[in-house]
Ligand binder design. Structure first.
Ligand code: NAP
Length: 243
């Protein structure tokens, strides 16, 4: 018999590359059992195989109800509880190298981004609620400082094609507040965490921070004792920022 604590089970969405992949790697290095999820099985399998530790691939397209349901059932059957859910999968809806005007934006541009960044987060969180409650787990919603009204008003609004992305992350932040309040009694903690501007595919690798630095922000808040975290739910590298 050993007195080693059992490994915590963490699920990361959109973890075949970028911040999700590096978050999975850092969590595995801390001894977590990581459920690395991705929508493309080949990319997901390869990403999981490239990380040392207990890393298991699960297919998850956050916009596909069957896929979301299957992951919820898998976690309930094989793990019971879920200690950590990192809602990381995200899109900007801005094709590389383009800069559309306000007039060029379509309803489809808006709904496709909301489907992934907002409805997808809601769907995955709902499917995993029983497992999160069972483990008194934590939810980290990976957000952006571009979700703040002030930041948008003073800069991002000059890029109209960022409207879907900024609106989706603001909606995700709102959901984070609701979940945090509704789940408090069950011991589940919920935070919206902004990793900073990180060089990934999402921004054509223009961000000044490395994925290691960005993922470290996510992992810090994912693993910190809730009692040590600020009583605010929109967290950045340096603390909290206004909604
Ligand atoms: N990079 C930054 O500066 C920055 C700043 C603030 C917040 N964030 C947020 O950080 C998160 C990760 O972004 P990243 O920068 O690491 O970008 P990334 O390298 O483009 O990774 C995005 C990930 O999301 C996945 N994804 C997209 N749609 C999906 C779906 N329907 N189902 C499942 N997975 C899906 C992608 O999978 P595929 O490979 O199959 O497309 C990919 O694995 C996003 O939520 C983003 O908004 C990033």
């Amino acid at each position: 018999m050993t007195d080693t604590a059992p490994a915590k089970v963490a699920l990361v969405t959109g973890a075949n590359k970028g911040l999700g992949h590096e978050t999975a790697r850092q969590l595995a290095a801390l001894g977590h059992t990581v459920l690395l999820t991705a929508r493309d099985p080949a990319l997901g399998e390869a990403a999981a195989a490239g990380i040392d530790g207990d890393v298991r691939f699960l297919r998850l397209d956050v916009t596909d109800a069957d896929s979301v349901r299957a992951v919820g059932e898998h976690v309930a059957e094989h793990h019971g509880g879920l200690d950590l859910l990192v809602n990381n999968a995200g899109v900007t809806g801005i094709p590389r190298g383009t800069a559309r005007t306000l007039d060029e934006l379509t309803v489809e541009d808006l709904t496709s981004v909301l489907d992934t960044n907002f409805t997808g987060v809601f769907a995955v969180t709902q499917a995993l609620l029983p497992a999160l409650r069972k483990a008194s787990g934590r939810v980290i919603n990976v957000t952006s400082s571009l979700a703040t009204f002030e930041r948008v008003a003073t800069g991002a609004a000059q890029r109209p094609d960022l409207l879907p992305y900024c609106a989706s992350k603001a909606a995700m932040n709102m959901a984070s507040v609701f979940y945090a309040g509704a789940l408090a009694e069950s011991g589940v903690t919920v935070y919206a965490v902004s990793p900073g501007f990180v060089a990934t595919d999402l921004n054509n690798f223009t961000g000044p921070k490395s994925v290691e630095e960005g993922a470290a922000v996510i992992v810090r808040y994912a693993t910190a004792d809730a009692a040590t975290l600020p009583d605010r739910r929109f967290l950045t590298e340096t603390g909290t920022i206004p909604w």
